[in-house]
Design a protein around this ligand. Structure first.
Ligand code: NAD
Length: 264
């Protein structure tokens, strides 16, 4: 199967690093024009430079905007008014005990992980419907099903991503626009590497070994028993955004190495 996204424009939110960057790279490698997003102009510029080095023929542009705010969306729309593919990847995470999670933190997680994707989809999907083709992907997490007891505020937002993707897919029945959620498990992104670094340094082990140790200790039901790469997650997203994935909608697609112990 050859995935050809030539002529399609794809927005990937929160894509200057991590899983979002790998998705941007995968979509660009398949021929899409890709819009990178992050909050700071310098990180957008450096991500664009990295992409152009990896893929000299890539069509890539960037928009610096904080998509946890409606002003950020206005900036994105002014710079890039139309998209055929939207990947709502932006998301933050971090451990915090339920009894220490303040209203402010709950609100921040809701704004960044839930409302950002809702707003961006509301802005870009109507034109996809008008043209009879579009792809929307919400990056959820296995933590949306397998709620971590030390990150309830995060698990909640990732469950919300699943509800929204499923509901919006139904709302768009028969339009040619598919909406899906992709559920990564522990993945070696910049954000996770930052989290694992103290453990790797303390034990004198490599980042990969630290990632695998984390999976075995914190997600023992993992079937692959290792941390995934950002490219492994991106591959699923690129397929989901392809013309070939036209019968896949309303789905929760797992790239979590089998952590969620269910065949349903
Ligand atoms: P990361 O921290 O490595 O990268 C996050 C990106 O988002 C960066 O480009 C950052 O600049 C950008 N960003 C942060 N806040 C922003 C804002 N307000 N506006 C615009 N851009 C902003 O993250 P990651 O680990 O690659 O995670 C990406 C997504 O995957 C998230 O939705 C996360 O919940 C999900 N996920 C990650 C893992 C994992 O193990 N890495 C597992 C499951 C799900």
């Amino acid at each position: 199967m050859l995935i050809d996204l030539t002529g399609k424009t794809a927005i990937v939110t929160g894509s200057t690093a991590g899983i979002g960057f790998a998705i941007a790279q995968g979509l660009a490698a398949s021929g899409a024009t890709v819009i990178i997003n992050g909050r700071k102009q310098e990180s957008v510029d450096s991500a664009l430079k990295q992409l152009k080095e990896a893929l000299p023929k890539a069509q890539v542009r960037g928009v610096a905007a904080d998509l946890s705010t409606s002003e950020g969306l206005t900036q994105l729309q002014a710079a890039e008014p139309k998209a055929d593919i939207l990947v709502n990847n932006l998301g933050i995470y971090g451990q915090k005990d339920f009894f220490e999670t303040s209203d402010e933190l709950w609100q921040e997680f809701f704004d960044v992980n839930v409302l950002s994707g809702v707003r961006v989809a509301r802005a870009y999907v109507p034109a996809m419907v008008d043209q009879g083709w579009g792809r929307v992907v919400f990056i959820s997490s296995e933590s949306g099903l397998n709620i971590p007891s030390d990150m309830i505020h995060y698990g909640f937002t990732k469950s919300a991503n699943l509800s929204i993707a499923r509901g919006l897919a139904k709302r768009l029945a028969g339009t040619g626009v598919t909406v899906n959620a992709v559920l990564p498990g522990p993945t070696m992104s910049e954000g996770v590497a930052e989290m694992l670094k103290p453990m790797a340094e303390e034990k004198g082990i490599s980042m990969q070994e630290a990632g695998d140790k984390f999976v075995k200790a914190k997600r023992p039901s993992s079937i692959i028993q290792r941390i995934a790469s950002t490219e492994e997650v991106a591959n699923m997203v690129v397929y989901t955004c392809s013309p070939q994935a036209s019968a896949t909608t309303g789905a929760a697609l797992r790239v979590e190495g089998g952590i969620v112990d269910s065949i349903g």
